[in-house]
Design a protein around this ligand. Structure first.
Ligand code: ACK
Length: 440
């Protein structure tokens, strides 16, 4: 099998690559790709363009003419390269927001000065690396999917530019940037328990929409870097470069090259190249785990047995004392044990080795919806404490009956990491249907 990935974060290919998938060296002065992708070239990807997809939508168009004549893209503006230059002040280096999987992202403004009559709009403009592997494939996939799908939890595609060798995508500006930045890169993480719950719910809603829509779409690249946040921490899925139509009719799966980000891809997909929406559910499990623990899916700087977060932490998820030891300490005192165990159990199920043992995203949404209240209540308590100038953690109040956790100032049960913390039997929260859902 040609599964290749690189710890350096560059794309690598197996020897049996086809001719359109050549390894390219980044251009001088350009950074190498920051994401670590994996790829198995055993199965051939279905061709781009031409016949309609099984789910009804046309396959990604081949060229700009196809795009312009496709009525599904009427809400997407077509920009010239000159306009893109104006919007980014000639791609000024200090307008660079960062580099994603397939290109550099600039901030910009499209207004009167860019195109007369245009309502001033803050945007993020991604210029695809012209030397990136797969040429136009990712660009076309993004235009095709984001151009036609509209949902509050998918980032909005405002327009695109396709001129000569230039391929650009223009998105709504998401002022807080990626979840990855907040969870891992920022000093002093501001992501409270309730914010993480909200982000998880929004990401789940985005995925549920893709899976449940008239056309089933598999996102294939769920990761913290691809979840963008607006000023209110509303989360939206971005980067549809690897998205793919799901199976249709009698099909149980789609056969495709294995692509995605190492640490997030479902084991059966990596092994067989068989892609289903359950692969996204696994990716969602990895995401939940990262948010619960505040740790990256893969990190070689951790002790050896902890390199792969799922392998190390999944067995600890339905064991409450062990869970409390590994949970992100930056959320100390912000959650109830019950809510924590519920989320941990959800992650456990999403990460089942058996794809059928994983819940549907619609179920994940339902479970997370039930926790919304909990998150809001916690937030209120926190806000009250802060406004009164107190900086206590919620579980500092006198512990109660050790078999039932700690009780807090507001009388609710709280989790914590103190030795007196009770262990809660999570068996009630564990699904009977999943043979793997046993206590460890
Ligand atoms: O974590 P960040 O600040 O958020 O840095 C990355 C960088 O570009 C490379 O992906 C940021 N980014 C991507 N798309 C958008 C967007 N639509 N709005 C704001 N920032 C974005 C991302």
């Amino acid at each position: 099998m040609g599964i290749c990935f690189s710890a350096q974060g560059q794309f690598q290919f197996s020897q049996n690559q086809n001719s359109s998938q050549k390894k390219k060296t980044p251009a001088p002065g350009k950074k190498s790709k920051s994401a670590v992708y994996l790829m198995n070239t055993d199965c051939k990807e279905s061709s781009v363009g031409g016949k309609p997809s099984p789910s009804g939508l046309p396959l990604p168009p081949k060229n700009i003419k196809d795009l312009q004549s496709n009525p599904g893209y009427e809400n997407v503006d077509i920009f010239t390269y000159e306009e893109m230059k104006l919007a980014t002040k000639q791609f000024r280096p200090d307008f660079i927001l960062g580099e994603g999987g397939f290109g550099v992202v600039y901030k910009g403004v499209v207004d009167e000065t860019v195109r007369p009559g245009y309502k001033s709009t803050k945007v993020a403009i991604k210029e695809l690396n012209p030397e990136g592997f797969q040429g136009d494939r990712e660009w076309l996939a993004e235009v095709n999917y984001l151009g036609q799908l509209s949902h509050p939890n998918l980032v909005k595609l405002i327009g695109y530019c396709c001129e000569d060798d230039h391929r650009l995508l223009v998105y709504e500006y998401m002022s807080l940037g990626s979840l990855e930045k907040h969870l891992f890169r920022r000093v002093g993480c501001t992501l409270t328990w309730s914010k993480r719950l909200k982000i998880a719910l929004h990401a789940a809603k985005g995925l549920a929409f893709l899976h449940g829509a008239e056309r089933s779409v598999i996102y294939r690249d769920l990761k913290t870097a691809n979840i963008l946040l607006d000023e209110c921490y509303n989360a939206k899925l971005a980067d549809f470069g690897l998205a793919k139509d799901g199976p249709s009719g009698d099909q149980t799966h789609v056969s495709t090259r294995v692509m995605g980000t190492y640490g997030y891809a479902a084991p059966e997909y990596v092994m067989t190249g068989h892609l289903t929406s359950r692969s996204d559910v696994y990716g969602f499990g990895v995401l939940l785990l990262e948010m619960l623990l505040g740790k990256r899916a893969m990190d070689k700087s951790r002790p050896c047995r902890e390199h792969n977060l799922v392998e190390w932490a999944r067995p600890l998820l339905n064991h409450n004392k062990k869970l409390l030891r590994i949970i992100d300490p930056r959320m100390d005192g912000q959650y109830t044990t019950k809510a924590l165990m519920k989320v941990a159990d959800l992650a456990y199920q999403c990460l089942s080795q058996n794809p059928k043992g994983r819940p549907l995203m619609s179920h994940v949404v339902e479970v997370l919806e039930t926790l919304k209240e909990d998150g809001n209540a916690q937030e209120e308590v926190m806000a009250n404490l802060h406004s009164r100038g107190k900086s206590v953690t919620l579980y500092e109040a006198a512990p109660c009956d050790s078999s039932q956790g700690t009780r807090n100032v507001d009388g609710q049960r709280r989790s914590g990491r103190s030795k007196s913390e009770a262990s809660v039997d999570v068996s009630a929260l564990v699904s009977d249907s999943d043979p793997e859902s046993t206590k460890v």
